[in-house]
Design a protein around this ligand. Structure first.
Ligand SMILES: Cc1ncc(COP(=O)(O)O)c(C=O)c1O
Length: 461
């Protein structure tokens, strides 16, 4: 489908472009039960059992539903240790989609990052990105290098509207290279879409400009391409001159512009587990192969079962179908539109995989030190069994650090929830907004030394 319209794009109603063949029942809970569950979990939703959640919007990573063709691929999976047929199916699919000849399978995105930065990181090195995702940053820092974010100014403000708020500030990149010298920068990375910055896309124009800057200083460009298809669809609908192109061709141009990519297939690979490392430089490939064998597995399975490789191969095919992408981006936007219309402030415009509620606005009576985002996630669970994720002073605060925004992320699993599930979430959140003054400030009563959001215990003040 180039520029042609289909029923899915002509009509206002968002149609899920699939029929449901298998269902997973959701367990209904009462407000009284949820109150007990919340208290037993010390007000930390990571401590709650998934079966006690009605609508789980904690993450879009690995939580998607597979298609009938993916499930049939699971049965075809070749479990041979070396040279499995399923590997060649995946390798061919990825070569065809991205143009990369060297494809390394890993068990998830951070495994690709660990291999890459063990090879190119190290003390005194600096790695720029639009915004590093937390595992990318952690792997870079683990190698002794420094991770630097160079997002455009518009991307740093919740309500500033810009079609590509994930863009890298190319002037700031040039400045960094001048200041520290190209020798200290092993590669430049761009995350598409920009998860840490609200799931905002990066334009082709920006990618081309970053490429040019890299060429001027002979630097490799890498993509963190977990959500490459969502990014490509945003380019198609928002960037001048791209409307008539097929998403597949935009995807190919994005990959053609770079020298490598780390991918968590748990997002746009439409699978529950899996990752990829794509490389061009033969010397890097040789060294990456050694590390892959050392910690992930042999080159033709990399920490995955043959059946996972089959499911991935099919997932990477289905994710570039434009009916799917239209439904995906439109349904996220739909959730955002309904909340905004009711006065709930969100990061605008809506990102690809999630809506980020401005918790500082929602709970304007709760100061950052008393965790407005945590109060809101607890309020949503109590009211309607919805699980969201605090991204604010709990996740990024403490030890003298203060995050720029207090957000609650509602991440949408792929192909899992229907429009009525989203309508239910909208109704519940709007109802809660109407009585937001009842949301209680919180304090941390116990926390681990790092990554405290996963296990901290809270109490209401
Ligand atoms: C942008 C980005 N990069 C990397 C990762 C890491 O991937 P994984 O969770 O598969 O290790 C994620 C996961 O959420 C991500 O969103």
């Amino acid at each position: 489908m180039g520029g042609e319209e289909t029923e899915a794009t002509l009509m206002k109603t968002i149609i899920e472009p699939f029929r449901i063949k298998v269902v997973e029942p959701i367990r209904m809970t009462t407000p009284k039960e949820r109150e007990r569950i919340l208290r037993d979990a010390d007000f930390n939703l990571f401590r709650i059992r998934a079966e006690d959640v009605l609508i789980d919007l904690l993450t879009d990573s690995g939580t998607g539903a597979m298609s009938s063709l993916q499930w049939s691929g699971i049965m075809r999976g070749d479990e041979s240790y070396a040279g499995a047929k399923s590997w060649y199916v995946l390798e061919e699919r990825i070569r065809d989609l991205t143009g990369f000849r060297h494809v390394l399978p890993t068990h998830q995105g951070r495994a690709s990052e660990r291999i890459l930065f063990e090879l190119v990181g190290g003390p005194d090195k600096i790695v720029p990105n639009n915004s590093h995702f937390d595992t990318t940053r952690a792997n870079i820092e683990h190698s002794g290098a420094k991770a630097v974010d160079l997002l455009i100014e518009e991307g740093k403000h919740a309500t500033t509207r810009h079609p590509f708020k994930g863009n890298m500030d190319v002037g700031a990149l040039e400045k960094l290279i001048q200041e520290v010298g190209a020798k200290r920068i092993p590669l430049v990375m761009v995350t598409v879409t920009n998860n840490s910055g609200g799931g905002q896309p990066v334009s082709l124009e920006n990618l081309r400009a970053v490429r040019k800057a890299c060429d001027r200083h002979a630097l490799p460009l890498f993509l963190d391409a977990c959500r490459f298809a969502e990014n490509a669809y945003f380019i198609k609908i928002r960037e001048k001159g791209q409307q008539d192109r097929e998403v597949r061709s935009i995807v190919r141009e994005m990959f053609d512009l770079c020298d490598g990519a780390t991918i968590s297939a748990k997002k746009d690979g439409l699978v529950n587990i899996g990752g990829l490392l794509l490389l061009r430089d033969p010397d890097l490939v040789r060294r990456a192969d050694e590390l892959l064998i050392l910690t992930e597995g042999f080159l033709t399975y990399g920490g995955l079962a043959g059946r996972d490789l089959e499911a991935m191969a099919q997932g990477f095919e289905e994710v570039v179908h434009e009916d799917y992408l239209h439904y995906r981006i439109r349904s996220t936007e739909y959730l955002g539109e309904k909340l905004v219309a009711a006065g709930v402030q969100i990061v605008e415009p809506p990102g690809g995989h999630a809506i980020y509620i401005d918790a500082a606005h929602f709970c304007s009576h709760i100061p950052a030190e008393q965790f407005p985002g945590q109060a809101l996630v607890c309020g949503m669970y109590r009211a309607a069994g919805i699980r969201g994720c605090e991204i604010g002073s709990v996740m990024f605060g403490g030890k003298g650090r203060k995050p720029a925004m207090e957000l609650v992320r509602l991440a949408i699993p792929r192909r899992v929830y229907t429009q009525s599930h989203i309508d239910y979430a909208v109704e519940a959140i709007i109802e809660l907004f109407g009585r937001r003054g009842e949301l209680r400030p919180m304090k941390i009563v116990e926390e681990p030394p790092s990554l405290r959001h996963f296990t901290a215990r809270f109490a209401e003040l």
